[in-house]
Design a protein around this ligand. Structure first.
Ligand code: ZN
Length: 381
C-alpha cells in the first residue's frame, strides 16, 4: 500500500500490542542511488544485526518468538517483492502474535532500521507525509484550461475545458472590418470562458481537498481570471508557474515540484522563526525535551516542532503514559517508569493522538540551539 494519508498513520499510532512487542522495519530502496545488490546487502545486514540484538535482549520467550517470526515474515516479503518495486522506500510493521501486518511503499527514502517496541515506530512516516501537500495546478490561455492533481511526486490530469473564443485577429486580416463591436463580443466570450474556468476550479478544489493552488498562464490572463476566483481559492494560490495548457504533464510536474520544495523550505524557516520570537518574549512556547514532554503530558501542546532524525531514549509511566526524559518514578502515579528506545517518537505519537500538529524540521536549523525540540502551546500554564 502506498503511504498516502495522515489517517493511515493515526490508525497505526493507536495500535497497541498489549503484552508483546511489534517490529517496525524501514529500508531505503532507492534504485537511483543504490544498485539492487546494495539494497539486498543492506537488507541482509539489517536483518543479521537485528537477530543478533534480539538474542541479547532480555525478553520473555513469547515476546522473542513473536519478534523472530516478524523478522522471518519481513525477510520473505522482501525476497518476493523488492526487485519489482519502484518505490524509494519500504516500511513494514509487524506483530506476529497480535495480528499486525502493514506494508507501506514510500516516496521518500527512510533510514535503514528495525525497531522492536510495544507499538509501531511511526515517526519516519509522519516525517514523510508533512513534506507533501495536495496541489492543484491550473494552466490556461484564451483557448483552453487544464487541471492537474499533484501529490507525493505524482501527477494526474483532472480534465480540461475548451473555449469558443475565436483566435486573435491576425494583423491585416480584418483590415477594414475591425470594429469595436467585434472586440467587445470577443472580450465577453473570453470573460465567460474565464468564469467557467474559475467555477470549475472551485468545484475541483473542494472535491479533492487541495491545500495549494498553482496557476500557469500569461500575466494578461492572470489579471483577467484572478478577480473571478472565489475568495477561498484566492487564499489557496501559493505560486504561479511558467507553463501553459500545451505543456506535457511531466513538464508541469517538474516545475511544480521545484517551487513546492522552495515553499516548504520557506514555510519551515518561518515556523522556526515564529517559535523563537514567541519563546524569546516568554509567550506560548516551550523549548527543550524536558519542558516539551511536560507540556505534552498535560495536553497543552498546539504544535510540536521536532528536528528530523533526532532521537533519545527516555521513560514512560505504564499507568498514565506520561513521558519523561529520565524519571525512575511517575510523580503523579507513584509507579516505576519503564524505558523507551526513543522518547521523541513517543512524543510525536502522543502529539498526533491529541490532535496536535507535528512539524519536522530539517537540521541544521536555529531549533538546534533550543534543544532540537519545542512546542507552541495551547494555553499558558
Ligand atoms: Zn503516571
Amino acid at each position: 500500500m502506498k503511504l498516502l494519508s495522515q489517517e493511515q498513520i493515526e490508525t497505526l499510532a493507536k495500535f497497541k500490542c498489549k503484552d508483546l512487542f511489534t517490529t517496525s522495519f524501514f529500508l531505503d530502496t532507492s534504485k537511483n542511488r543504490l544498485t539492487k545488490k546494495e539494497i539486498q546487502l543492506s537488507l541482509k545486514n539489517l536483518l543479521f544485526n537485528s537477530r543478533k540484538k534480539l538474542k541479547e535482549m532480555s525478553l520473555s520467550k513469547a515476546k522473542k518468538e513473536s519478534l523472530v517470526q516478524d523478522l522471518e515474515k519481513i525477510e520473505k516479503y522482501c525476497q518476493q517483492n523488492l526487485s519489482g518495486s519502484n518505490f524509494v522506500g519500504l516500511a513494514i510493521f509487524s506483530g506476529s502474535e497480535c495480528d499486525l501486518w502493514k506494508v507501506f511503499n514510500l516516496v521518500k527514502s527512510p533510514r535503514n532500521m528495525i525497531i522492536f517496541d510495544h507499538n509501531p515506530y511511526i515517526r519516519p512516516l509522519s516525517a514523510i507525509l508533512t513534506e507533501y501537500h495536495r496541489i492543484c495546478v491550473l494552466t490556461f490561455d484564451r483557448k483552453e484550461a487544464r487541471w492537474y492533481n499533484i501529490y507525493m511526486g505524482e501527477i494526474f490530469e483532472l480534465g480540461s475545458l475548451q473555449s469558443d473564443v475565436p483566435s486573435r485577429i491576425k494583423e491585416g486580416g480584418w483590415q477594414g472590418y475591425r470594429s469595436k463591436r467585434i472586440e467587445r463580443h470577443m472580450t465577453s466570450r473570453l470573460r465567460d470562458f474565464f468564469k467557467k474556468t474559475a467555477k470549475e476550479t472551485f468545484t475541483l478544489m473542494k472535491k479533492h481537498n487541495f491545500e495549494w493552488l498553482f496557476l500557469g498562464c500569461k500575466d494578461e490572463y492572470y489579471a483577467e481570471l484572478e478577480p473571478l476566483l472565489h475568495p477561498y481559492l484566492k487564499e489557496k494560490i501559493k505560486a504561479r508557474i511558467k507553463a501553459n495548457p500545451g505543456d506535457s504533464a511531466n513538464i508541469i510536474l517538474q516545475k511544480t515540484l521545484k517551487i513546492k520544495d522552495k515553499l516548504k523550505k520557506q514555510e519551515k524557516e518561518k515556523i522556526v522563526q515564529n517559535f523563537i520570537s514567541e519563546h524569546e518574549k516568554d509567550g506560548l512556547a516551550v523549548s527543550g525535551l524536558e519542558n516539551t514532554l511536560s507540556k505534552l503530558n498535560r495536553g497543552g501542546v498546539q504544535t510540536l516542532l521536532v528536528t528530523r532524525h533526532f532521537s533519545q531514549p527516555g521513560k514512560f509511566c505504564p499507568k498514565c503514559h506520561f513521558l519523561f526524559t529520565n524519571k525512575s518514578e511517575c510523580p503523579s502515579c507513584r509507579v516505576k517508569t519503564k524505558p523507551l528506545i526513543d522518547v521523541i517518537d513517543e512524543a510525536v505519537e502522543a502529539a498526533l493522538n491529541s490532535s496536535s500538529d507535528v512539524k519536522h524540521i530539517n537540521p541544521p536549523s536555529p531549533l538546534d540551539k533550543y534543544g532540537g525540540i519545542g512546542a507552541f502551546l495551547r494555553y499558558k500554564i
